[in-house]
Write a protein that binds this ligand. Structure first.
Ligand SMILES: C[S@@+](CC[C@H](N)C(=O)[O-])C[C@H]1O[C@@H](n2cnc3c(N)ncnc32)[C@H](O)[C@@H]1O
Length: 340
């Protein structure tokens, strides 16, 4: 499927939530919704002035798994050309792994695999991949995509804070596209990074990508770029609306989708999830506390990826040198992002 984001570049209005721990299927009312025809589930009043506060209803607005279960069917349409994004992600990851870890195939875990954007791309380059994610729906879709393209990738539902693998099982762990923003509570980020470290062999590499929250939490934009996708039955617009906390450290993502109907009408839906706007220093410090060494951020201006990327190793080894792993220009706009 194809689409044309109104503002290209920085994608998934999708991501940003907070796994509330128990996540999906606990019997709590879920954040997912599917509210239709012009109705928005506006009950933020219950949270007083701060829409990012879970409030008396508990964490129902932060059911990350439910959010992504609902989104799985149209997740690819947040990309202008998801197939191309998968290919670019694979090529970029392959170049990165070979450059940092050695010119051979590697064992890679994607601990926020979603519908498979990175893990399926890397598998196409011969790496031995595994994918985990909190969302059953996203992984179901990833399995279908893997089957459709004949790519072998074991995909298992798991929380990145408790990875179901033995110590030292992988050469690299990736956690891409804002997934850590779903770790809301203090200490959860460190816990997840500690798990990524645990399943790595000595010298293994952690790759985390995140929105530029140093900027966003200062500017607190009420809406992020809209994605416009032209599907079989018409347009699908995805509008990520953000309601920020007063201190800019969290926001409620209200993702609106407007789908054009074959008869010409529109159906609207809204899904919500809480997000934590981690600053880069905060993530680097959490990585260090989790026992990862050489942590450094690679910025989009370095031509690697459209989001800032954290690289760190299981041992305090020399800092991974990553400039232009896919042969892109070293300055200016990102020329070799995982998305086109
Ligand atoms: C924006 S999506 C990115 C998915 C994929 N990396 C991609 O780029 O297509 C973020 C993903 O993180 C997953 N996620 C959030 N919290 C998680 C957790 N605690 N453990 C595992 N996955 C989690 C979500 O289910 C979602 O699939």
């Amino acid at each position: 499927m194809r689409g044309n984001p109104v503002v290209p570049s920085w994608h998934p209005g999708a991501g940003c939530g907070a796994p509330s721990g128990a996540g999906a299927g606990t019997g709590r009312v879920r954040a997912r919704f599917a509210l239709f025809v012009g109705t928005c589930a506006g009950d933020t009043d219950a949270h007083g002035d701060d829409p990012t506060h879970p409030g008396p209803a508990g964490d129902r607005v932060s059911d990350t798994a439910g959010f992504y279960d609902d989104l799985a069917g149209t997740y690819d349409r947040l990309h202008s050309d998801w197939e191309l994004t998968v290919m670019t992600a694979g090529r970029t990851l392959d170049a990165l792994l070979r450059r940092v870890l050695g010119d051979r195939e590697h064992r890679l875990l994607d601990c926020a695999a979603g519908i498979g954007t990175q893990v399926l791309g890397a598998a196409r380059h011969g790496h031995q991949v595994a994918g985990t994610d909190l969302s059953v729906g996203a992984l179901r879709r990833a399995r279908a995509e893997a089957g459709r393209t004949g790519v072998p990738a074991p995909l298992v539902v798991a929380d990145m804070r408790r990875l179901p693998y033995a110590d030292g099982s992988f050469d690299a762990v990736i956690c891409a596209d804002n997934a850590i923003a779903h770790l809301l509570a203090d200490g959860e980020l460190e816990l997840a990074l500690g798990e990524m470290r645990r399943v790595l062999r000595d010298g293994g590499l952690v790759v985390v990508t995140l929105r530029d929250y140093d900027l966003l939490s200062r500017e607190r934009p009420p809406v992020l770029p809209t994605h416009v996708s032209h599907g079989e039955h018409g347009l699908l617009l995805t509008v990520p609306v953000c309601e920020w906390s007063a201190d800019g450290t969290r926001y409620l993502l209200r993702q609106l989708q407007l789908a054009e109907q074959p008869g010409g009408g529109w159906v609207t839906a809204e899904r919500r999830v809480l997000c934590r706007a981690y600053g880069r220093a905060q993530v680097r410090e959490a990585a260090e506390r989790a026992g990862l060494g050489g942590a450094r951020w690679v910025m989009p201006t370095e031509g690697f990826f459209y989001q800032p990327v954290l690289l760190a190793t299981r041992h305090p080894a020399p800092r991974p040198e990553v400039r232009n792993p896919a042969g892109a220009a070293a300055s200016g706009r990102a020329a070799s992002p995982w998305r086109p």
